[in-house]
Design a protein around this ligand. Structure first.
Ligand code: CUA
Length: 480
């Protein structure tokens, strides 16, 4: 049968018990201009088909897929897989406008088009029930694909470049003011560029596909069925693996650079508390609430907390480290080498309670000469106890909760309380004098003023000398 001459009309046998189907298909095939198809008969069962095949020797059997009374599996078994190897197609008209042709293995709907294309290619000189636009030659496909890849590739490159330039205009980070900022910014920018490329790759491919490969009006065909692409899958596993390993190498290099220790670093104990910072210079005997650092000299910060977890962060320095409660063994070190003079601010980067957002202290980076002058001034302390008290008031963070001018805060204002009668939460009344204030500072929980909660850290005065406590009491007395 396959050897029949090209000129000779192909003989088609129709299998359907519906007269309308047979008649319609017959006239459709007969109306072809080439006159290369001849409908040789109509049968309604396998048995009849066998009889007719002997008589009519058809080249193709078209089986009505929608005819429930026909056993199409039997057709396939007998004529395709069986001893009589004949081409059989299943034809369904349920789609409405178009005929759908299913192959002998009953492919899923999505696979039918692929099969049809293959079938039409292998029998190009023969009649076909395939929609003409589906019969694209492989070469056209390939050059078309290349054109899409090149266009999309150029778009990805352009969008990546625009994103990198555009994001460069946004000030994501403040000025870099430490030696440690350089490797951090390098890695930050590199990752941003990689992210810009990945964003462009994904979004451009998606938008390009949505626009270029959208369904055209009137097209009701299924999409091409794609099984997979091993090369592509191997590539998109291996390439990111190497990219991530490269980033890991750069990351460890950056970590080594930001933690590199210099000899003779300036040591500063940084103590966080709700809600302020205190800075102690153990080698200089200075305690302050404003951190002063000489420029271009490494500072070794020993971070700790007296209450909850805080996190020390000066954005311009980039590096960040938690300040943990729990004593000596929880002290964490952080090295900063300021590279620029100026005024900055510490920010607490760990949610730590009511006034977390205001836990900012000044950081002043100054020249070595200015720093030395400041140290000399600090070491010759003021002689007035009220002035000293005013200093401890900020140094120990009392100002976070207590005002000096009557402004209500988390704790009672200190204005006018000395010598007054205080009503306590337990209903008793107490005279505010030296003894009461000393007790309240050393042991805050012992007496709570009515209308306030006990928010004062229990060990807030642990580091205060009795002299410093007395200075604070003199300050409060001066605010009568
Ligand atoms: Cu301390 Cu947030």
């Amino acid at each position: 049968m396959a050897s029949s001459s090209q000129k000779k009309a192909k003989r088609v046998l129709i299998a359907s018990s519906h007269a309308l189907f047979a008649r319609g298909l017959s006239s459709l095939l007969q109306s072809r201009q080439q006159k290369d198809v001849e409908v040789v008969g109509v049968v309604s069962s396998v048995e009849q088909a066998i009889l007719q095949i002997e008589k009519l020797s058809p080249d193709l059997i078209v089986v009505d897929y929608d005819d429930e009374s026909l056993n199409r599996d039997e057709f396939l078994a007998r004529f395709v897989e069986g001893e009589k190897r004949l081409r059989v197609v299943l034809l369904s008209l349920h789609d409405g406008e178009q005929a759908l042709v299913y192959d002998r293995r009953m492919l899923a709907a999505a696979q039918v088009d692929d099969w049809l294309e293959e079938w039409s290619r292998s029998r190009q000189d023969e009649y076909s029930m395939v929609q003409p636009e589906q019969r694209i030659s492989k070469n056209d496909n390939r050059s078309d694909n290349m054109r899409h890849f090149i266009t999309a590739g150029i778009l990805v490159a352009v969008v990546t470049a625009l994103l990198i330039v555009g994001l460069g205009q946004v000030r994501l980070l403040p000025v870099a003011a430490s030696a440690q900022a350089q490797p951090i910014d390098f890695l930050f920018n590199l990752q941003f560029q990689i992210i810009a490329f990945l964003f462009a790759l994904i979004v451009v491919s998606m938008v390009y596909s949505i626009i270029v490969f959208r369904r055209k009006p009137g097209d009701t065909s299924d999409a091409r069925h794609i099984e997979g692409n091993t090369n592509l899958e191997v590539a998109w596993t291996i390439v990111p693996l190497f990219v991530v390993m490269g980033l890991a190498v750069l990351g460890s290099d950056g970590l080594a650079k930001t933690t590199r220790a210099e000899p003779r670093a300036l040591e500063v104990n940084v103590i966080g508390q709700q809600w302020s910072w205190r800075f102690e210079y153990p080698e200089l005997g200075i305690v302050t609430d404003v951190m002063r650092l000489p420029v271009n000299k490494q500072a070794l910060l020993h971070l700790s907390s007296i209450d909850v977890i805080h996190s020390f962060w000066v954005p311009e320095f980039r590096v960040k480290q938690d300040a943990l409660p729990g004593g000596e063994e929880f002290v964490r070190d952080l090295r900063v080498t300021p590279s620029m003079t100026g005024n900055f601010k510490v920010r607490c980067a760990e949610l730590c309670g009511l006034r977390h957002a205001y836990m900012e202290n000044d950081v002043i980076v100054m020249s070595q000469e200015e720093f030395d002058a400041w140290v000399a001034e600090e070491q010759g302390l003021a002689a007035d106890p009220v002035e000293r008290g005013r200093k401890w008031y900020t140094t120990y963070g009392c100002n976070a909760c207590h005002s000096l001018d009557g402004t209500p805060g988390v704790g009672p204002s200190w204005q006018g309380i000395y010598g007054a009668q205080h009503k306590l939460a337990d209903g008793t009344t107490v005279l505010v004098d030296d003894a009461y204030l000393y007790q309240s500072i050393r042991n805050p929980a012992s007496q709570i003023v009515e209308g306030y909660n006990n928010l004062m850290p229990a060990n807030i005065a642990e580091k205060m000398t009795d002299q410093q406590v007395d200075d604070i009491i003199r300050l409060i007395e001066s605010l009568k």
